[in-house]
Design a protein. Structure first.
Length: 160
């Protein structure tokens, strides 16, 4: 995010010297956020992988955790599409913190006027989007394709 956008956003709330202090602090400590974001992303990938693996293990399906983690990792790439849309959109349109906050491509939020919605509805409406549906369909497809759905008890196959 560019300093001018941050300056415009914070100039209403703080004095000019305080805004420059915040921008300098941000530049100085920005490098710390990268390993923290990586760690958080790895934890966020582990949670669905562990839950899916646990469900398959309890149902006595033979699959390695590594394979389940790989499927979750591949499925997560779907969420790069809205980021790319955001980058492309704001490359050609004026940027403000408010416009970035209210931008949610292909979501339920984009069907409503932001001013008519209550603030607490913003997040749920942004999360209900096409990319979430594609994520779960892709994950189910990859699990069905790459996993051997054979029971340990016998050679029973699941039929869809």
């Amino acid at each position: 995010m560019n300093d001018l956008v941050l300056y415009e956003f914070y100039s209403d709330k703080f004095s000019e010297s305080r805004v420059y202090e915040l921008l300098d602090f941000r530049k100085e400590w920005l490098w710390v956020t990268y390993p923290i974001k990586l760690l958080i992303q790895l934890i966020a990938l582990q949670i669905p992988a562990m839950l899916i693996y646990l469900g398959l293990y309890l149902a006595k399906y033979e699959i390695s955790y590594r394979k389940v983690f790989g499927i979750v990792l591949i499925s997560e790439f779907i969420f790069f599409i809205p980021l790319l849309i955001k980058i492309i959109w704001f490359s050609f349109h004026p940027v403000s913190m408010e416009s970035v906050r209210l931008f949610a491509p292909l979501s339920l939020f984009s069907l409503f006027d932001a001013e008519s919605l209550q603030e607490w509805l913003f997040y749920p409406f942004k999360v209900l989007n096409v990319f979430e549906v594609v994520y779960w369909i892709l994950m189910a497809f990859l699990l069905a394709k790459y996993c051997s759905f054979r029971s340990k008890v016998g050679l029973v196959r699941l039929r869809f």
